[in-house]
Design a protein around this ligand. Structure first.
Ligand SMILES: C[S@@+](CC[C@H](N)C(=O)[O-])C[C@H]1O[C@@H](n2cnc3c(N)ncnc32)[C@H](O)[C@@H]1O
Length: 283
């Protein structure tokens, strides 16, 4: 028997605007009208799963009180989760100098805290854990913790499981793959790998919307918020800088992605000390 695919009407302008307004309000994502066909294709499967024939019905659902679960699915569908191991490698080189800076304190029983904000599926946090372990082989005995957070529950679940199909391990050299990963059974066909337990034990993952209240109490020595604020407008970005400033240790460092920048770092108490690398100047 042939199954007939349900016909779904195209995304109309009013629905696009309603979805864009909700995405902005809930997550800071700025959706431009030129991307409406991409948004339509990302959301069609949601309508299909829900048995809805058109976008106005979908908007009625996400705007209703009962629509909270679907609002999460919507944000998951709209976020771009692309990441790579050792993406923008120069930041991982700076990370080595940061751990050298913290090492006397660590050896004296102090701590070092790193935050991957907008961590996607965990490749950034694991790249940091591998970098630190390569640089300081006994790091697992020191109080070094990496926090990975993301708004998208699906990527947080993936990051916690830390089972990567081979295609997501592109940035990992053969040497690092055999040293830090082991092959495991995966959920789909093909080779899958998971990271060594000492790396995984260094990292905790939580859901966190950067636009909501941040519950972390301790300051971070290193914050990586890379390729995240590019999806936000200037106002949302500028609302975030003071929070990062307040959450960063006075000698800490904030890394942004290659096409992101703090337009006026001095205004927010930062100075730019390297490529998309910022340090607090004032308290
Ligand atoms: C392109 S990925 C970047 C991943 C990683 N930082 C990197 O550079 O490879 C952007 C991530 O930001 C997350 N994100 C988008 N808006 C967010 C928000 N308001 N709060 C927290 N995370 C958000 C997305 O879910 C996505 O996983």
């Amino acid at each position: 028997m042939t199954s007939r695919r349900q016909h779904i009407a195209n995304l109309d302008t009013a629905s696009f605007r309603a979805i864009a307004a909700l995405a902005y309000r809930e997550s800071g994502l700025t959706l431009v009208e030129e991307k409406s066909s991409m948004i339509q294709s990302r959301l069609r499967h949601r309508l299909r799963d829900l048995g809805l024939a058109d976008f106005p019905s979908y908007c009625a659902l996400i705007e209703s009180e009962e629509g909270s679960t679907e609002r999460q699915h919507l944000i998951s569908a709209l976020t771009t989760n692309v990441s790579h191991f050792f993406r923008e490698e120069h930041h991982f080189n700076t990370l080595k100098t940061e751990v050298d800076r913290c090492l006397p304190r660590l050896r004296a029983g102090g701590s070092m805290r790193i935050w991957s904000a907008g961590c996607s599926n965990g490749q950034e946090a694991l790249s940091a854990a591998i970098t630190l372990t390569e640089h300081v082989p006994d790091i697992a005995n020191l109080d070094v913790r990496i926090l990975g957070t993301d708004i998208d529950p699906e990527v947080v679940r993936f990051a916690r499981q830390a089972v990567y199909p081979q295609r997501l391990l592109g940035g990992v050299s053969k040497g690092l793959l055999s040293k830090y990963f082991e092959q495991v059974e995966g959920p789909t066909a093909g080779a899958h790998f998971t990271a060594r337990n000492d790396l995984k034990n260094m990292i905790r993952y939580n859901e966190l919307n950067l636009l909501s209240r941040w519950p972390m109490k301790k300051k971070f020595d290193v914050i990586l918020c890379r390729n995240v604020v590019i999806y936000f407008d200037l106002k949302t970005q500028e609302d975030l800088w003071p929070h990062f400033h307040a959450t960063l240790a006075s000698d800490g460092v904030l890394f942004l992605g290659h096409s992101e920048r703090i337009a006026d770092p001095a205004k927010f108490g930062f100075s730019c000390t390297g490529p998309t690398t910022y340090r607090p100047t004032t308290r």
